[in-house]
Design a protein around this ligand. Structure first.
Ligand SMILES: [Mn+2]
Length: 303
């Protein structure tokens, strides 16, 4: 793993149904992210924030694909920043922002490896599938479509970012922690053949086994793993500051363990931490947890 970390903030809430998640990058910085990472001996650069236009000043567009034009533009910019970080030998840590931003981060890491005729695997931790399409979405919110889009499923206006699709092969992708899927989304996941570990598999097998299997899947035939971590994968009792909480999530320790095992693998190449909404949080506890989790992902050990 690179010991150079580049923080990239993404101020965006256009992809979500509830406002305020665009303040997530600030909440993570206020919670001491940079100092905590430096204390681990990492070299940390903060490249500042990319700002998507606010909804009040943006055309909503299709009600089945809200704010697609603005999201595509902002994600294009983010993709460039993520690719540049990787090209320069740094590990990009993208701070969200709603999960539509993964359209940009996965495009960026995919493009970096594509230049080298290599591929990137994905481990996506989330209460939801983020695998809707304009045909199956109940809300039209793009943060519920971003994983499908990255796998080449969905609107060409978004799957075609940077001029190639898919960004990642479904065979190299794993979804972990889901407990709330829409009916059409479930069908999309089954049809795509994505590897999914639901909360039931975590309960039955334990997080260690689930993460071992996920790493095996995501690293076979790839040069490493891009982790896209949605804070709503964690139980809302530990992470209340998120827009679409669902009870029955992973525990505080399961979240750390997942990222500690990924860090130990040496295969982490990029990470997104998304859906921290300070408006809904209690004294910034969800952002503080986010900082702790990034430390685990980047090599912090208990002993
Ligand atoms: Mn998500």
């Amino acid at each position: 793993m690179a010991n150079r970390i580049r923080l990239i903030g993404m101020q965006i809430d256009l992809g979500a149904g509830r406002r305020g998640v665009d303040m997530g990058p600030s909440a993570l910085r206020v919670a001491g992210l940079e100092a905590r990472l430096k204390a681990l001996g990492l070299s940390v650069e903060d490249s500042g924030d990319i700002k998507a236009e606010i909804p009040e000043a943006s055309p909503e567009g299709s009600e089945k694909l809200k704010y697609a034009d603005v999201i595509a533009g902002a994600c294009g910019e983010l993709a460039g920043s993520v690719k540049r970080a990787l090209d320069e030998g740094a590990l990009p840590v993208t701070l969200g922002g709603d999960h539509s931003l993964a359209i940009g981060t996965l495009a960026g890491s995919s493009a970096h490896y594509r230049d080298r005729k290599e591929r990137i695997g994905v481990i996506w931790l989330d209460a939801h599938g983020d695998f809707n399409t304009p045909q199956t979405t109940p809300s039209g919110n793009i943060h519920g479509m971003s994983f499908a889009i990255s796998c080449g499923v969905g609107s060409p206006a978004l799957t075609g970012l940077l001029g190639f699709s898919p960004k990642v092969q479904p065979a190299h992708c794993v979804l972990i922690g889901v407990r709330d899927l829409d009916a059409g989304e479930r069908a999309n996941l089954v049809e795509t053949g994505l590897t999914v570990f639901t909360m039931r598999e975590i309960d039955e097998l334990g997080m260690r086994t689930v993460i071992d299997r996920a790493l095996l899947q995501a690293t076979r035939g790839t040069s490493g793993v891009h982790v896209s971590f949605d804070m709503d994968v964690i139980d809302p009792s530990e992470a209340p500051g998120t827009g679409t909480p669902v009870r029955g999530g992973i525990s505080y320790r399961e979240a750390h363990l997942a990222l500690e095992v990924i860090a130990d693998s040496g295969k982490l190449r990029a990470v997104d931490l998304v859906e921290i909404n300070p408006v809904l949080d209690e004294h910034n506890m969800t952002a503080s947890l986010g900082v702790e989790l990034l430390c685990s992902a980047l090599g912090k050990k208990i002993l």
